[in-house]
Design a protein around this ligand. Sequence first.
Ligand code: TMP
Ligand code: MG
Length: 211
Amino acid sequence: MNAGKRGALIIFEGCDRSGKSTQSQLLVALLNSKGIPALPMNFPERSSIIGQVINSYLTNSKDLPDEVIHLMFSTNRWEHMNYIKQNLHEGRTVVVDRYSFSGVAYSAAKGLDFDWCYAPERGLIKPDAVFYLRAPPADLTNRTQYGEERYEKVEFQGRVAKVFDRICSEQGSYWHQFDATKPVEDLHAQIASITEELLPKVGTQPLEMLS
Ligand code: TMP
Ligand code: MG
């Protein structure tokens, strides 16, 4: 690790059970094993007060208007921005399971206006890379634990996938799309090689904001 170089903000996105958690854990473990400081995070971050409300909503013990839960997901990211920024500036790479794009994809899939959904995300730290694990939702339904939380229904995930595809085509070259049905080790190898190329490049670049 070169002194004075910032870490990278790396995001995993995709539908429920697409393998984001597995891949983000493998990536953090790989970086750490090479002596590169990296830490995992995930959104929603369920331990804060807002995170606890989000958890009650997702586990169906609480109902909230679509707009309200949307803004809570966004607030949950904003409340962790200083923590992320500090880690990046101290040279740690932050690997995050879901970010703003999940916020937009799930709420727009319910019928909320796409631009309205994106608006509260503007100003958050822009990721250096997004790894989008893409698969037809029907291929993911037999994975473990599918179906336990609010959004884990094939029909709804199909709509979420369409919004992710739109975001992926609009966001440009920092998005990397993968076939999530590929073996875990193959995906990990591809993701690792992109990450290893990325880290030295971003180290001296200033942080940008989502716009
Ligand atoms: P998780 O399964 O990754 O813990 O995420 C919980 C659910 O919350 C998942 O179905 C996606 C959804 N979600 C949103 O609707 N908006 C958001 O901003 C985020 C981060 C997740
Ligand atoms: Mg889930």
